[in-house]
Design a protein around this ligand. Structure first.
Ligand code: CA
Length: 235
């Protein structure tokens, strides 16, 4: 019989009480938890233990969460390990920064254990962010079908007319349901790094896209102060 390995989750959190609560709840869900109290220790355990997921507090003494995330995501060996960033609720700029340097998701303090367990489940299920390979990819979500290779989008079987940018935007978002992307990230993915545009430019494309989607526009959710995501409910 083959034993199924428990998902290994590394938690970097300097507040002992919070660390204990997180550890207890993940342990109860059947995860193997590695607890670290600071960034330096966390980073070295990420490299030696190769966890399936990292829960990373942003505010840490010494090396902070941003630096840990930056190092994990810039190393080809550890880059694919998903990171959930833990932030204070008021720190919208930190959320944007965290997602901008490659964190896979975030959870704002204070959070309930149930909320944390749910986020962990979602991130483990979808695995690391896979880069899109060229054209030809077909994504089906609820009544929507987006075929990038054929430059075709359909809503309830009916063709809808999208601009190339709207097509790429919809395809990219729908390829990663439940994942929040910053405006800057979306701009670089669907318009290109060289375009002389501002972050708000993406709002114009989203607005136009939503109009064309009619009732299905609810799939594209605005995450206040952060960016956009394709609804998780479509899976
Ligand atoms: Ca902290």
């Amino acid at each position: 019989m083959i034993a199924v390995a428990k998902p290994k989750i590394l938690v970097i959190e300097d507040e002992p009480d919070l660390l204990e609560v997180i550890q207890y709840n993940l342990d109860r869900e059947g995860h193997k938890v590695i607890a670290c109290r600071n960034g330096e220790q966390g980073l070295s355990r990420i490299r030696t233990d190769n966890p399936d997921l990292v829960i990373l507090d942003l505010m840490l003494p010494g090396m902070d969460g941003v630096e840990v995330c930056r190092q994990v995501k810039s190393d080809p060996v550890t880059r694919a390990i998903p990171i959930i960033m833990v932030t204070a609720k008021s720190e919208e700029s930190d959320i944007v920064l965290g997602l901008g340097i490659g964190a896979d998701d975030y959870i704002a303090k204070p959070f309930s254990p149930r909320e944390l367990v749910a986020r962990v489940k979602v991130v483990l299920r979808r695995g690391p962010l896979r880069e899109q390979s060229g054209g030809g990819e077909r994504v089906v979500r609820g009544p929507l079908t987006i075929d990038l290779g054929r430059h075709e989008a359909r809503l309830d079987q009916q063709l809808i007319s999208l601009t190339p940018t709207e097509m790429r935007l919809l395809h990219f978002l729908a390829s990663h349901p439940g994942r929040v992307f910053t405006r800057a990230h979306l701009l670089s993915r669907v318009i290109g790094e060289d375009a002389i545009v501002t972050d708000r430019n993406i709002d114009v494309h989203v607005r136009a896209l939503r109009q064309k989607l009619g009732d299905s526009q609810t799939y594209i959710e605005t995450v206040r102060g952060v960016g956009y995501r394709f609804s998780d409910a479509s899976q």
